[in-house]
Design a protein around this ligand. Structure first.
Ligand code: SF4
Ligand code: SF4
Length: 356
């Protein structure tokens, strides 16, 4: 057995021990890869070895029974190795072409789907939501499940102009994602303060320091130390809620969803691009979020019909222009789409901690 290194307390475990032997042997020595069918990649190494990867869509949050079932398939049909991707897909790797079809059959017979490669809509990535985090304004995993149920064909078939990454985020300030299409929470009202609890629960200086526009001040309310919010300054970001839960900002009506498009990480050929807001005030409407899903489907349809081969969403919009984009996706363009906020320099300077 390979020598194990000493455990350390942080970081992910050493990946080498879990890697398929063909991948270990040919690490960094791949000659080319190809895409024989949606959901399958074939990598060929300089040594002549080849490895086939079958990508399987799963829900973001897996129960232990499903996980065992997936691992059993890996044990029986895929050389005993599984690999989770950042988008919660599972990848099985096999070293022989003859194992690919039986593996796909086993996966599909067990009720899972194969796809998500090359020019498909990949699995929507999302943040932790109510399972792990204490500040979500919506259930990101629920939004993902509802949307992917409707986009399943786009996952299984690779017939988009290029790859489409969709992300969701369950609060307005933290994890989130950089996606071609991003569905993010949007608070529209300042937080409501429960003054009876602030003195018992919150460290007031940390809450004051947390506000990006210096809208929070210490105050004495009903004879007790508390906080107050200057609502003319507040940008409803929700950053004060995590360190001070009595500053409640989540609300079933006023915490809504917004859709942003055109985000892309940099790569060898292009600079990063930022997402831009295209739809706001969408109801946060569980359990199926039909309004948000309908807009995402309209954007995907217009992109699929209008973009040239290999254009990403941001490149397509850049080419046709924003006015045409809004026409194509049938979304209203309003004054709220224009970023006119000029307060950052003055208000950041007013905070205790940030100085230019
Ligand atoms: S996006 Fe916000 S609410 Fe969701 S897991 Fe991240 S920090 Fe928590
Ligand atoms: S942290 Fe955000 S939500 Fe809280 S008061 Fe400041 S701007 Fe408003």
């Amino acid at each position: 057995m390979a020598d194990m290194r000493e455990p350390i307390e942080t970081g992910c475990p050493d990946p080498w021990q879990y890697m398929h032997p063909v991948m270990r042997k040919n690490f960094g020595m791949w000659k080319y890869h190809e895409h024989p069918r949606p959901g399958v990649l074939r990598h060929v190494a300089y040594s002549g070895d080849e490895i086939w990867t079958v990508k399987v869509g799963t829900q973001r949050i897996l129960d232990v029974f499903t996980l065992r079932k997936l691992c059993d398939i890996g044990e029986q049909y895929a050389d005993g190795f599984v690999h989770f991707t950042l988008r919660s897909n599972l990848e099985y790797m096999v070293a022989e072409a003859s194992k690919v079809e039986p593996l796909i059959k086993a996966v599909e017979d067990a009720g899972f789907i194969v796809g998500g490669t090359q020019n498909s809509v990949t699995m929507i990535s999302h943040t932790q939501g109510w399972l792990h985090c204490d500040i979500p304004g919506t259930d990101a995993s629920g939004v993902v499940k509802s949307m992917m149920d409707e986009l399943i064909d786009e996952f299984k078939q690779a017939n988009m102009p290029n790859r489409v990454h969709i992300t969701t985020s369950c609060c307005q300030i933290n994890c989130g994602g950089q996606g071609d299409i991003a569905i993010n929470v949007q608070h529209t009202k300042p937080p409501k303060i429960n003054h009876n609890l602030v003195a018992n629960v919150c460290e007031r200086p940390s809450v004051v320091a947390r506000c990006p526009v210096a809208a929070i001040r210490p105050a004495i309310v009903n004879g007790k130390p508390s906080l107050e919010v200057d609502e003319r300054k507040c940008i409803c970001c929700g950053a004060c809620y995590p360190p001070c839960p009595p500053m409640q900002i989540n609300d079933p009506i006023h915490s809504q969803l917004a859709i942003w498009v055109g985000g892309n990480h940099s790569n060898a050929r292009g600079k990063p691009t930022f997402q831009k807001l295209v739809a706001a005030g969408i109801p946060n409407n569980p359990p199926r979020w039909p309004e948000a899903t309908a807009i995402v489907k309209r954007i995907l349809k217009a992109y699929k019909e209008g973009a040239r081969d290999w254009e990403r969403v941001n490149e397509w919009i850049e080419r046709i222009g924003w006015p045409r984009f809004f026409e194509e996706v049938e979304l209203p363009f309003t004054k709220y789409h224009i970023d006119t906020w000029r307060g950052a320099r003055a208000s950041f300077n007013a905070s205790n901690y940030i100085r230019f």
